[in-house]
Design a protein around this ligand. Structure first.
Ligand SMILES: Nc1ncnc2c1ncn2[C@@H]1O[C@H](COP(=O)(O)OP(=O)(O)OP(=O)(O)O)[C@@H](O)[C@H]1O
Length: 335
């Protein structure tokens, strides 16, 4: 059974035009439109797409911090919109977030011990101080940091260490799902792999589900069981990590993959025929039909009409394009 089911989820922000009168109608910004996916216990779903494609908004909707316009978020069998205050509190504990900029996410005036322990003291205010400290130290060790560093301040740590502190903080309440919003994008490439490996180890130990957001497929593919490709708030393609990375069908996924650097440039040549050009259109006025059509090399008249349905191109592999066509990527691109 799924731990998380997201069904036809849409998030629309009301935007007041600049210099407008208070009574001027607000614009609607379509941040996420009709997103659907399932996430099982212990599974990792990678969410990938360019900046502005709605990835963070999707995560924030699941965390319950942005209002949902339509659709459902079912977590552990319960509809988020219909949860009682007690169930909401439990949801806030069960679903933790890890953010992109590790240092900015940590309060500079608090010691690392206070930062790591904060979610625990929020959810279990009566817990003995010594026990809180013991658990914070245990979490520090789990993420590869010395417990004696609990009295230090965030600025005394490197970016990678700060992200480990952010992970310890998220895990101290033993969540069931962590929403990782570009957790390694701000880190050096050498440190990125260490943090991704740490998350994978912890996931196995704690039977955690992970939603791993990144704009870069080369990062997402290392940790994800399945990948969800988003563009301008819409779901383009979903499938196993291997399907998406080795045999994508959607031109957008193919373009994202073609932009992933490969060690041997001669192997990239075959895929370089789908360059991703132009800017992301405004989510205030998304293109009709397929939202990717204005940048798609395969676009034809039909793409401006009805939005292409999600087609099952192979078992469990869905792609929303009228011209779905498998493109085989070399193993090097997939590794
Ligand atoms: N609180 C908000 N109010 C208004 N618009 C918002 C709000 N949050 C996000 N948006 C808009 O929603 C769209 C999707 O943003 P979102 O941050 O979810 O994308 P993203 O794929 O996570 O991009 P990034 O990688 O840059 O964070 C963007 O156009 C963004 O400007």
């Amino acid at each position: 059974m799924s731990l998380l089911s997201v069904r036809d989820l849409s998030v629309i922000f009301d935007i007041q035009p600049r210099n407008a009168w208070p009574w001027t109608p607000h614009h609607k910004l379509y941040a996420v439109t009709d997103a659907s996916f399932e996430l099982a216990a212990g599974e990792t779903l990678g969410i990938v797409g360019e900046s502005g494609s709605g990835k963070s908004t999707l995560a924030r909707a699941i965390a319950g911090t942005v209002p949902v316009a339509s659709g459902e978020i079912i977590f552990d069998g319960k509809d988020l919109a219909a949860m009682s205050p007690t169930e909401r509190r439990k949801h806030r504990r069960d679903v933790q977030m890890i953010f992109q900029d590790p240092l900015a996410a940590l309060n500079p005036r608090m010691t690392v011990g206070q930062i790591v322990a904060e979610p625990l003291t929020t959810h279990e205010p009566n817990l003995d101080k010594a026990e809180v400290r013991r658990r914070a130290g245990e979490m520090m060790e789990r993420v590869g940091l010395l417990p004696k560093l609990l009295n230090r301040y965030p600025h005394e740590f490197s970016g990678g260490q700060c992200q480990r502190i952010g992970i310890a903080r998220a895990l101290i309440v033993k969540p069931r799902l962590i929403l990782c919003d570009e957790p390694v994008s701000a880190l050096d490439v050498s440190v990125q792999a260490q943090v991704v490996n740490l998350l994978r180890d912890i996931q196995t130990d704690m039977d955690l589900s992970i939603l791993f957001i990144a704009h870069d497929l080369s990062v997402v593919k290392h940790i994800s069981d399945r990948i969800f490709v988003m563009y301008l708030g819409r779901q383009m393609e979903t499938g196993s990590s291997a399907d998406i990375v080795r045999a994508p069908h959607h031109p957008y996924s193919q373009a994202l993959l073609a932009s992933v650097p490969v060690p041997d440039p001669s192997k990239k040549a075959a895929h370089a025929r789908i360059p991703l050009e132009g800017e992301l259109p405004s989510p205030l006025a998304p293109p009709s039909g397929c939202v990717f059509r204005t940048r798609c090399p395969k676009a034809q008249e039909v793409c401006a009409g009805e939005r292409p349905p999600m087609e099952e191109v192979s078992t469990g592999h869905l792609s929303a394009c009228y011209f779905n066509e498998r493109m085989d990527f070399h193993r090097d691109a997939a590794e």
